[in-house]
Design a protein. Structure first.
Lengths: 668, 438
């Protein structure tokens, strides 16, 4: 009967009469629940219901279990009717699994997210691999929606409302061991125990897990009444309702229907989700998700392109953190610096990071062993990619290049982390200028998702390919940009910061400026940002960028920098910082409307610059300008990026999907 | 004793082609930041990276370690895997107390000489500062009984039998440095030799002073090419051996109290080796491997010898290992340009020199008709030794062998001998040749 299925296979053991349904979506690297797959699963269940086996085990034929719904398909939904139809289709399938007459068991290895976890929740039992690579979660809020295949109803029944809401509101994923502790899975086991456990559950059929009594009590009406405002306050600290409605909808759903029967809660989930999908934020966040996928996809993933041994020169904050990040993500890294103390400090920082992220001692040691202190720079001769992260000074960098180029392998790429020096000038020190590319990381390296892969006039395509492949392999988003003052991200940020500095000189209170920017969705106010970056750095970068693009560095900013008030690092910049580094903020008298007007005024130069960057072809197209702004500057993701935002403000609302064609048309 | 009938083991020549060691870190009362495996990895990782071949081309990894931690039982395998040799390179751990590091080299050399291996990573590692505290045996037995006791009343009665003095932990280090057969500490065996050969406290302190001076000069003159900085995850960079006392004088040393035999003893903390952490790794290669990979030859391992002696006089081990080894090559003491004799105790090194110059000792113990001669102090431990550097037990044998190879290169000298005494009454020696010095 397997001939009729494209995306799955059913094998039944003759001896035990256990049916193994293996999902292996045709032509895809990961399983996602598209309409076609949902339909095929429904057909498979129909078949199985005719002559039910002793038990049904659902597993994956790929590395991961199920990565979730098909986001591209979600992005194509055009009307509430279409959304409703897709949601109903998924809910019906999950109900069908839940109603299967014999025990159902989800066997989970690797990613089990969104719709994938909802499918597992519909099964009577769940068994997870205890490898840290196995991740379970409901990340829908990150797309501006919430679970819609019965997850909002089934998860609280299984783990209690607190744990369920935490998982759904944060969108975070957990590993098998945590899932077992939470009650989300029945067992978290070594991979070689999974099938044995499935056999055991199929025959022993213990009572399904339930949350503890006190957790069940939290689902009562009075408890919901008390808990909702507390949780809503926490949500409000992170996201505003008009920008991010999904978490509020989740709370609403639970508060109003948390005590009802399952069928009613599933219906309420459907209604709520239809409304969310219709909200512009969902469309925009899905757009941002697809932009992220595009950045990853555009990097070559073949092993020829991906460097394996990285050498980093300069163990300062940037160099040290880049080296640690690369080691964390499985690369062998040698790290050199003229100062042994700097290397030691970088190693200490890396150790803290490895312990926080990897937790298990054997994995921490392995990462630490991949990061090799190399004071004399022996790794330069071995690396296939050398990252230079020394002082931002042309002569120093050029002298270094002259010194190291003869040691480097002839095919090795040299990448500079410069943010302000022209690549073409730096390349002048090399006999092979084509090997120099820019890899512009942002501070703090561990947190910022974007890395600009900078193409100088001489940079060879294969060198750029390898830089891009490295960044993607290191779990960052590579964005190829043309060399030019500020590249893309700083070029977008600079006019925004300069406008704020100018408005401040004109008498607008600093607190109002920063608050206004945050109201429009910037992650940090412009003056806060200037203080964090350092006013000296701002002036230096501002001069370079301003000269090229016709801005002006306001006198007030320049004076402050000259005076030595450099921001956080000197204790005073636009703000005065106390001993613990907290800025002193005063109250201002701006109304909400005035702040919104101010916010618009602040980001207008950024939007204008974004258009110029698109028109000048700093990146391939407008969508990539938006990607750079969202992942590099933190430009409000719910807007879908600056260019998309401006389009959506225009009278005719555009299509929220990445549309190279539309951009090409606007460029023409 | 006749000249040894053993023959040089060289079916296939064995070369030392490269090597590296960590700085030696003195024990300062609490554990240092590195486990023995960490140190072994630190000594090996750059050494392997800079080779023209990948680490998985090695045939064996062998490490000596006198006291690996409980989780480091086969510490060589741990080091091999952690430095990226891959799962297919076999590795084993050797233990011959203070000779462990040299034993690793000797075992690797045997593999190559027999044609069973082309390239071997061999070395030693020791984290003495991390030696554990042990429970008293009475206490351990009491705990075991408690676990088997059933019933509250019986358990309470058992609790009442606990004696407070059982709770005092005993440092494993102290036990390790005591010979259980003779019942003597290593320091006591040195006192024994000082008495037997009439070595004075002044001679010992003078020797110790010289050791510090020589190490200081070597550090200033950049004469320790095998040394490579060590970086901890605690934010510390260790760039040099930290046991050296540059400003210490003979008079300062003379003020120290004896530690092993009070009140009349002469062996002090100042004229004994320091308790220290450190690791050293060497790359050994066959002639074929040298040719295939164009490896630079640092030295050739010509021969080695292991000898047993009275545990109560373990410090004389070098005399009994070196003498037969040199005699089977028909070499005299004067045939050797440079010597490294590990400084466990000043008294013990001086006793070795006295023994070769002592008619009675040579006749009765070495079977020589007359005294064998003297070693020029200017050729012995020219860049310091265990007293100034420290003596990480399992590492020293590897360190002196590697450093001797560098000294021969530097002086363009032909032959050198590295040797150490070994707790429990043994001696080990290795004969190196610098092929570039004709």
């Amino acid at each position: 009967m397997n001939d009729t299925f494209r995306h799955l296979r059913i094998d039944t053991d003759d001896a035990t009469n256990i049916a193994w349904l293996t999902l292996d979506v045709d032509g895809a690297s990961a399983n996602t629940l598209s309409t076609e797959v949902l339909d095929e699963l429904a057909q498979a269940l129909e078949r199985l219901e005719e002559a039910p086996p002793q038990a049904l085990v659902i597993r994956s034929g790929k590395d991961g279990f199920i990565a979730g719904a098909n986001v591209e398909e979600l992005g194509r939904l055009k009307s509430p009717e279409q959304s409703r139809e897709l949601i109903e289709r998924g809910q019906r399938l999950m109900d069908r699994i839940a109603a299967f007459p014999q025990p159902t068991i989800a066997l989970i290895r690797g990613y089990c997210l969104g719709g994938g976890l909802e499918l597992a929740l519909a099964c009577r039992y769940r068994i997870a691999d205890n490898d840290p690579g196995t991740r379970l979660g409901l990340p829908e809020v990150q797309l501006g929606i919430h679970p819609g295949f019965g997850g909002t109803a089934r998860l609280p029944d299984l783990v209690g409302p607190l744990a369920a809401l935490d998982l759904m509101l944060s969108g975070r994923s957990i590993d098998g061991r945590s899932a077992q502790r939470m009650g989300l899975v029945d067992y978290a086991l070594s991979p070689w125990q999974l099938e044995t456990a499935a056999h055991h559950l199929a025959h022993a059929t213990p009572a399904p897990k339930r949350p503890r009594a006190w957790q069940r009590a939290l689902a009562s009406a009075p408890a919901r009444l008390v808990l909702r405002p507390i949780m809503e306050r926490r949500v409000r600290q992170r996201a505003r309702r008009e920008h991010y409605p999904a978490p509020y909808a989740l709370l609403e759903l639970w508060a109003r229907h948390g005590g009802s029967g399952l069928a009613e809660r599933i219906k309420a989930e459907r209604d709520s989700l239809v409304r969310l999908v219709d909200h512009p934020t969902a469309g925009n966040l899905i757009r941002v998700f697809l932009l992220r996928e595009r950045l990853k996809r555009e990097a070559r993933s073949d092993t020829d392109a991906r460097p394996t041994h990285i050498h980093v020169i300069g163990a300062g904050t940037m160099g040290g953190d880049i080296a640690a990040w690369m080691a964390l993500n499985g690369h062998r890294v040698t790290l050199s610096d003229e100062q042994p103390q700097a290397i030691a400090k970088a190693l200490k920082r890396s150790h803290g990071q490895f312990e926080r992220r990897l937790k298990r001692p054997a994995r921490v040691t392995a990462a630490q062993d991949r990061l090799i202190a190399d004071p004399e720079g022996q790794g330069i001769a071995l690396a296939d990619l050398v990252i230079e992260a020394i002082v931002e000074q042309q002569e120093a960098k050029q002298a270094l290049y002259r010194h190291i180029e003869p040691q480097m392998r002839p095919d090795a790429v040299l990448a500079t982390n410069t943010s302000s020096l022209p690549l073409e000038t730096l390349a002048g020190a090399l006999t092979d200028p084509g090997r120099l590319i820019g890899l512009h990381f942002f501070n703090p390296v561990a947190k910022m998702p974007l890395v600009e892969v900078v193409a100088g006039a001489d940079s060879r395509p294969d060198a750029l390919d390898r830089g891009q492949a490295l960044i993607a392999a290191a779990d960052k988003l590579p964005l190829r940009v043309k060399s030019g003052p500020g590249f893309l991200v700083n070029r977008l940020l600079m006019p925004y910061m300069l406008r704020a500095a100018k408005l401040f000189d004109g008498g607008t209170p600093r607190e109002a400026l920063d608050e206004a920017a945050k109201r429009v969705g910037m992650p940090m106010g412009p003056l806060d940002l200037a203080d964090t970056v350092g006013l000296d750095v701002c002036v230096a970068a501002g001069d370079v960028i301003a000269a090229e693009y016709g801005f002006e560095v306001p006198d007030g900013l320049r004076r402050r920098a000259l005076r030595g008030d450099l921001g956080r690092k000197s204790g005073e910049g636009y703000y005065i910082y106390d001993r613990k580094g907290r800025p002193k903020r005063h109250k201002h008298k701006y109304s909400a409307a005035a702040l919104d007007k101010l916010g618009t005024e602040l980001i207008t130069p950024l939007l204008d610059e974004a258009e110029r960057c698109r028109d000048e072809g700093v990146v391939t197209d407008g969508d990539l300008v938006d990607a750079g702004a969202v992942f590099g500057t933190g430009f409000a993701p719910f807007t879908g990026g600056p260019l998309h935002y401006r389009r959506s403000q225009a009278p005719a609302t555009g299509d929220p999907q990445p549309q190279e064609a539309a951009d090409a048309a606007s460029r023409a | 004793m006749p000249a040894s009938s053993k023959s040089a083991n060289q079916q296939h020549p064995v070369y030392i082609v490269d090597g590296a060691r960590t700085p030696f870190l003195k024990f300062r009362g609490r554990p240092n930041a590195f486990s023995a495996a960490d140190l072994g990895v630190a000594a090996s990782e750059l050494l392997l990276l800079r080779q023209p071949f990948a680490a998985d081309m090695l045939d064996q990894v062998i490490f000596g370690c006198a006291g690996p931690a409980a989780e480091e039982a086969n510490i060589a395998r741990i080091i091999a895997l952690r430095v990226g040799c891959g799962q297919n390179v076999p590795a084993w751990h050797v233990q011959r107390n203070c000779g462990s590091g040299m034993q690793a080299i000797d075992s690797g050399a045997h593999e190559i000489a027999a044609g069973r291996a082309q390239m071997v990573l061999a070395g030693g590692t020791e984290a003495m500062s991390r030696a554990p505290l042990l429970f008293n045996e009475r206490f351990t037995a009491w705990l075991a009984e408690l676990r088997q006791t059933r019933g509250l009343g019986k358990r309470l009665r058992h609790l009442g039998q606990l004696r407070p003095q059982w709770l005092a932990p005993e440092p494993a280090l102290l036990r390790g440095l005591t010979d259980p057969v003779s019942g003597l500490t290593m320091g006591q065996t040195a006192e024994n030799l000082a008495w037997r050969f009439g070595i004075t406290r002044e001679q010992m302190d003078q020797f110790a002073y010289g050791s510090h001076q020589r190490l200081a000069q070597a550090q200033d003159g950049d004469l320790l090419p095998e040394l490579q900085p060590l970086f901890g995850t605690d934010g510390q960079a260790h760039v040099a051996d930290d046991g050296v006392r540059r400003d210490s004088t003979v008079a300062d040393l003379a003020r120290l109290k004896p530690v092993f035999e009070k009140p009349f003893g002469t062996v002090t903390a100042g004229n004994s080796a320091q308790v220290t952490d450190g690791a050293c790794a060497l790359l050994l290669a066959s002639e074929d491997a040298v040719e295939r990979w164009q490896l630079p030859v640092l030295a050739r391992i010509v021969d080695s010898e292991w000898a047993g002696v009275d545990p109560a006089q373990m410090g004389l081990g070098p005399v009994h290992a070196i003498t037969p080894m040199l005699r089977r090559h028909r070499y005299a003491l004067g045939s050797i340009a440079y010597w490294e004799i590990n400084e466990a105790f000043a008294a013990q090194v001086l006793a070795c020199l006295e023994a070769w110059n002592n008619r009675a000792y040579c006749r009765h113990e070495l079977g020589l008709s007359r005294p064998w001669g003297e070693i020029d102090p200017e050729t012995l431990n020219v860049d310091g030794g265990g007293i100034s550097l420290g003596h990480p037990v399992g590492t020293s044998g590897a360190r002196i062998t590697l450093h001797l190879a560098h000294v021969l290169r530097r002086a363009k000298a032909r032959r050198g001998v590295a040797s150490q005494c070994i707790g429990g009454g043994q001696g080990g020696a290795m004969l190196l040749e610098n092929p570039e010095a004709a």
